[in-house]
Write a protein that binds this ligand. Structure first.
Ligand code: FES
Ligand code: FES
Length: 154
């Protein structure tokens, strides 16, 4: 077992885990943060996306010990003081979800992208979410929601 300390959603968490534990399993099974989903076993779907030190990562491709000393934000960490993040508001306003299974991954990919690219064009937005798959929306509503946040029109 390996002892690691990870800051998750602003709270320092000390856990003991196998060196082969995936970050997504640490989040879901040890920390009960089940908003991060597992949608594939091929690193393709992006449902497991979280933000680690400001970058979107697929948490099924990160070993939990690799997160030692780092800061991880999951979808549970987006809302503050009971208020939804503007991205969450925009996804709701623009009907950017249907079943919702992919949504937490899209939100976290969008969060990391817009935090470093606050004024993107549509092509850049589409590229930013190209690692995330949605079987329901056709993507346009997700793109619209992200552009609305960028343009401050939510
Ligand atoms: S669970 Fe599909 S990319 Fe991680
Ligand atoms: S909303 Fe259903 S998979 Fe994206």
């Amino acid at each position: 077992m390996t002892d690691i300390t990870v800051t998750v959603n602003g709270v320092s968490r000390a856990v003991s885990c196998s060196p082969s534990t995936l970050l997504v399993h640490l989040l879901r099974e040890e920390l009960q943060l089940t908003g991060t989903h597992v949608g594939c076993d091929t690193s393709h779907c992006g449902a497991c996306t979280v933000v680690m030190d400001g970058r979107a990562v697929k948490s099924c491709t990160v070993l939990a010990p690799q997160a030692h000393g780092r800061s991880v934000t999951t979808v549970e960490g987006l809302a503050e003081d009971g208020r939804l993040d503007p991205l969450q508001e925009a996804f709701a306003d623009h009907f950017a979800l249907q079943c919702g299974f992919c949504t937490s991954g899209f939100l976290m990919a969008a969060k990391a992208f817009l935090d470093t690219n606050p004024s993107p064009d549509e092509e850049q937005v589409r590229k930013a979410i190209s690692g995330n798959l949605c079987r329901c929306t056709g993507y346009q509503h997700i793109v619209d929601a992200m552009l609305a946040v960028a343009e401050g029109t939510t």
